[in-house]
Ligand binder design. Structure first.
Ligand code: ACO
Ligand SMILES: O=CC(=O)O
Ligand code: MG
Length: 537
């Protein structure tokens, strides 16, 4: 693609990092600029609509399947696009940030798909964002092999044994402040999508796959339509046939759960199904209805996927997908190996039960957080699928889910416990500390913690304070305690920054919708000094 007059309207506001010029080429920046020009305003409007919808729900408006789109739901004839090359058999999908080591390990892991994550598992420092793009490009070009300082060799396996790459760009709520278009930060989603699409779409097609995406944190069908329009424009700009992109949408907000059909319909020529993003879903439920006492949930550990409202959500997801010829992909069990054999045996047993339930329910595959869990997930899905690539033909006509089923949290019992309060505080602090250092996923006490799980910990504390399940003095005392332990164990932690993020996220009268936008602007943005900027433009 030739560069255009737009190039001078896109500015890089960061110091150049090693090999960043290979990603931030004038043509790539021009491409991202065109996306920002075409879709930036609509994204702003949709973010305002999110806010309006949150206020309506807080004021007591009922949440239900929309009347206006009943024709889409009632029409039994439409289907999504057929599975694209490399996305037919998705029985095991591994997820993780696209750092160099993880990229090689994930691709070699034996999983069918690797979800390369710029969202929940990535702390969006500029280096993480651009190095992630470089790692994806290097992996596709097969020039990523390296030897780690300790001597361990990282070598990509043969192409036919590698996982298919599916990239998850950041959500619509985030901005990329190191890239400016017409004086405003570029929507982070368009940066992650645009740079990957520009550099890798054609390369992926040439390699027999395609430009594939996971779309996070959508709240309604209009956001799906926006993505679909981005895909159409991106394909047209690069001369790639329409319908080449495939996108799997994470259903991880309560408002999207009542629009699953509509979301598939909006994206149908580009859709590759839905995923049950359980952790953000739980976060969304608490955030949306945190003011209501019937949404006062117990300790996080006690809200499992067998809770009736979570089960209603996954059953509806499978039914919706299969009715439309789409893959239904299961969610993440948080347990990861610890190197303590007894603990690992228990953790693996828990993950096995979770995957077995998903496979029996009709999911076509599921997520794992760690390479050691790939064989387990494969074994469970092999037992149900055998040599079929998926079970989309299992239409689950037996499932009937109402909005009330999705919202019936009352039946999940037990008040929050003091241990649950302490645990949430420890998780939120431990995660914030890692995130501020550029690590977006961590193992804490044998559980994978990322932006979604940390958000649950944070909003539960907010919710419990609001409903006086715990008092402020207790939270502040535990906060001091846990910060003391964190600082003693990890002297590098910026204790004051962690404290500030926690207090802002849990003690504010009005609940901040996400911790990430503020934390990013306050702590991760590193603008280059002015003379450098002038040189760059
Ligand atoms: C709610 C959601 O959105 S879920 C999806 C988003 N979250 C994620 O993707 C989290 C994915 N998982 C991870 O990031 C990691 O497993 C963590 C951070 C939880 C634990 O990582 P570690 O502390 O490195 O685990 P551990 O020491 O056991 O790793 C052993 C090896 O496996 C590799 N590994 C661990 N997890 C992964 C992964 N997900 N992908 C690829 N490789 C991995 C490590 O790089 C390490 O490799 P090495 O031996 O070559 O150094
Ligand atoms: O992105 C996945 C989730 O569970 O959140
Ligand atoms: Mg999520």
């Amino acid at each position: 693609m030739a560069t255009s007059a737009l190039t001078h309207r896109v500015h890089v506001l960061a110091s150049p990092g090693h090999r960043h010029d290979e990603i931030l080429t004038p043509a790539a920046l021009d491409f991202v600029g065109r996306l920002a020009a075409g879709f930036g305003e609509r994204r702003k409007e949709l973010l305002k609509e999110r806010r309006r919808q949150a206020l309506r729900l807080a004021a007591g408006s009922p949440l239900d399947f929309p009347m206006v789109t009943s024709a889409v739901r009632d029409d039994p004839t439409w289907r999504v696009a057929p599975p694209a090359p490399g996305l037919t058999d998705r029985r095991v999908e591994i997820t993780g940030p696209p750092d160099r080591r993880m990229t090689v390990n994930a691709l070699n892991s034996g999983a069918r798909v690797w979800m390369a994550d710029f969202e929940d598992a990535t702390s969006p420092t500029w280096d993480n964002v651009i190095d992630g793009q470089l790692n994806l490009l290097d992996a596709i070009e097969r020039r990523i092999d390296f030897t780690a300082p300790g001597g361990k060799e990282y070598r990509l396996a043969d192409r036919d044994r590698l996982a298919t790459i599916v990239v998850r760009p950041r959500g619509w709520h985030l901005s990329e402040e190191h890239l400016e278009f017409d004086g405003e930060p570029v929507p982070a989603a368009l940066v992650d999508f645009g740079l990957y699409f520009f550099h890798c779409a054609q390369r992926q097609i040439d390699a027999g796959h395609g430009p594939y995406f996971y779309l996070p944190k959508l709240e309604n069908r209009y956001e799906a339509r926006l993505w679909n329009d981005v895909f159409v424009t991106a394909q047209d700009l690069l001369g790639i046939p329409r319908g080449t992109v495939r996108a799997t949408v994470l259903i991880e907000t309560i408002t999207a759960a009542v629009q699953m059909e509509e979301i598939l319909h909006e994206l149908r020529e580009h859709s590759s199904g839905l995923n049950a993003g359980r952790w953000d879903y739980l976060f969304s439920l608490i955030k949306t209805f945190g003011h209501r006492t019937d949404f006062l949930l117990p300790d996080r550990a006690k809200v499992t996927m067998t809770a009736p409202f979570m089960r209603a959500y996954t059953e509806l997801l499978v039914r919706t997908c299969h009715r439309r010829g789409a893959h239904a992909i299961g969610g993440m069990a948080a347990q990861v190996p610890t190197r303590d054999p007894a603990a690992d045996e228990a953790a693996f047993a828990t993950v096995r039960l979770d995957k077995e339930r998903e496979a029996e329910d009709g999911f076509d595959g599921s997520w794992v957080a760690h390479p050691a869990l790939v064989p387990l997930c494969r074994e469970v899905f092999d037992a149900v699928l055998d040599d079929r690539p998926h079970q989309i033909d299992r239409t689950r006509d037996d499932v009937e889910v109402t909005a009330a089923d999705l919202l019936s949290t009352r039946r999940v019992g037990g008040p929050p416990t003091p241990e649950g309060v302490r645990r949430n505080i420890a998780v939120a602090l431990g995660y914030f500390a890692a995130w501020l250092r550029g690590q977006g996923a961590v193992a804490l006490n044998g559980l994978m913690e990322d932006a979604a799980t940390a958000e649950i910990a944070r909003v539960q504390i907010w919710q419990w304070l609001r409903h006086r399940v715990v008092d402020r003095e207790t939270v502040l005392r535990l906060l001091d305690d846990e910060l003391g332990s964190l600082g003693a164990e990890y002297p590098w932690v910026d204790i004051e920054a962690v404290r500030e993020l926690f207090e802002r996220g849990t003690l504010s009268v009005e609940l901040p919708q996400f911790f990430t936008p503020y934390a990013y602007t306050r702590h991760l943005v590193r603008h280059a000094p002015l003379p450098l900027l002038q040189r760059m433009v």
